[in-house]
Design a binder for this molecule. Structure first.
Ligand code: ARG
Length: 484
């Protein structure tokens, strides 16, 4: 980028802009990313100026041809962005003047850079929200197909899975794969891996709807708000809104140029989505560790160490977890930019773009990576199930058994708590206790309860709506598939 003289707003200025000010003020380094939106906005504005008789048809044609030629140049990489021209808008307008002469100056009739940037940015953010919604949907579909894959019993028949990627036969059990469920990261109760996948599918479904919702709310064109107060020119805002694919024009000119809550909402949706992906990442890091050994990540999505030859690191998950922080930062940055600005436009608002670009790029790559990586990850049924049986994970089942016999649940809890303490002391599992030991804890107990204490029985019994029983999970899976 080079420096050139002559500002488009230079009329009242006698002295040249200070070099450092120029550098500080310029946004073209990042807002050139909006060139497609800027030219679309200008084309629609020019068409409207023609339709309303503000410009002559020939003038409109010259402007539109010029803009289209510039669009081709930029796409082809034949465009020189100039720092001294500050931003994407003035770079393009100045190139238009170079190309078609003074008639280029008529394009800015009834328009300000304030509504120009507002419309460009809305076009970008709306598309970005729709794109992330569809990537959430894609990852949702992966969660659902993984849930089906690990539900066992041939239940996977008829779904698209990546069978050829199953390196490990043990990974696809005939029965549903059972995983320890945790609270406080302490073994709590056994769950189905499919249930776990469907939990993330639920989160992603809400994330998707948050993006769609935000896109719908921001579906209004600020073009024609002009600098802040509207314009005396007989413009047609419905026409430009329509041409640009917006549902309608914004209703208030101050709000149109001065509000950025559409970008905040987008960043909030990105942040919540990244919070979910970060939780998933944390679980993937833990479960792929040697100590857990629940899942093997694909070589294609892990990395090695430059010194320790044995290492296979879950970098994708770690980075995704780390990048959540950066996306939250993007939201925080823009909230802080907006909070102190009086109506309507302030230059502070130029700081709205980088956080949005950054969040969009970050969230889209993370969503894509997980959609690629999860189908190639292999879960180990035997290890998971063994882990699910550890830590007295079926103690609640024993308490429920006692309570079913009429003992108040609180008392049953106490009885089983004592038995667990006994097992810890003597290094036993609950199902290894003899009838005598059980009877000593409570007269209604005997060794026949052992079968109730298996992880299979535990998950089978959790039949409540939304629970982890295979039957319920199968229903939930069917519902999740039909919602896709
Ligand atoms: N580059 C500016 C931005 O991104 C465009 C609007 C400038 N408006 C103005 N009145 N200086 O916000």
């Amino acid at each position: 980028m080079t420096q050139t003289p002559k500002k488009l707003w230079g009329g009242r200025f006698a002295e040249a802009t200070d070099g450092l000010v120029e550098l500080f003020n310029a946004s073209v380094g990042f807002d050139q990313r909006l060139f497609e939106q800027d030219i679309r906005g200008s084309l629609a504005h020019a068409a409207m100026l023609g339709k309303t008789g503000i410009l002559q048809p020939l003038e409109v044609k010259q402007i539109q041809d010029g803009l289209n030629a510039i669009l081709e140049d930029i796409r082809a990489g034949n465009f020189e962005w100039k720092l001294s021209l500050e931003d994407v808008h003035m770079n393009i307008e100045s190139a238009l003047r170079d190309r078609i002469g003074p008639v280029a100056g008529k394009l800015h009739t009834a328009r300000s850079r304030n509504d120009q940037v507002a419309v460009d940015f809305r076009l970008f953010v709306k598309d970005a929200a729709l794109e992330l919604a569809s990537l959430c949907r894609g990852l949702r579909a992966v969660m659902v197909s993984e849930a089906e894959k690990y539900l066992g019993g041939g239940q996977g028949a008829g779904v698209e899975t990546t069978l050829e990627l199953r390196v490990d036969a043990e990974a696809v059990p005939p029965a549903p794969l059972i995983l320890p469920g945790y609270t406080h990261l302490q073994v709590a109760q056994p769950i189905l891996l499919s249930h776990w996948f469907l939990a993330y599918a639920e989160m992603l479904e809400r994330d998707e709807s948050r993006f769609l919702d935000a896109a719908k709310r921001m579906d209004e064109s600020p073009l024609g708000s002009s600098a802040l107060a509207g314009t005396p020119w007989p413009i047609d805002r419905d026409m430009t809104a329509r041409e640009l694919g917006f549902a309608r024009p914004t209703r208030n000119s101050l709000d149109g140029v001065g509000s950025r809550d559409f970008a905040l909402e987008f960043l909030a949706a990105c942040s919540i989505n990244m919070a979910h992906l970060s939780r998933l990442s944390e679980e993937m890091v833990l479960y792929s560790s040697f100590e857990f050994g629940f899942v093997t990540l694909p070589d294609s999505h892990t990395t090695g160490s430059s010194i320790m030859p044995q290492k296979k690191n879950p970098d994708v998950s770690e980075l995704a977890r780390g990048k959540a922080g950066r996306v939250f930062g993007d939201l925080m940055a823009l909230l802080t930019v907006v909070k102190g600005t009086p109506l309507a436009y302030n230059k502070d608002l130029q700081e709205d773009k980088e956080p949005v670009f950054d969040a969009f790029d970050t969230v889209s790559i993370v969503l894509r990576l997980y959609a690629e990586m999860l189908p190639k990850a292999v879960w180990h049924a035997e290890t998971c199930e063994k882990a699910a049986a550890r830590g007295f994970s079926t103690a609640t089942d024993l308490a429920d058994h006692l309570a079913l016999g009429g003992l108040p649940f609180r008392e049953a809890h106490e009885v089983v708590g004592k038995l667990v303490g006994y097992c810890v002391q003597y290094g036993k599992q609950l199902w290894e206790l003899s009838s005598e030991e059980l009877k000593a804890a409570h007269p209604s107990l005997n060794s026949s309860v052992a079968e109730k204490l298996s992880v299979q029985n535990s998950v089978r019994s959790r039949m409540s709506f939304g629970g982890t029983a295979p039957e319920r999970v199968r229903e939930a899976l069917g519902a999740a598939k039909s919602r896709l």
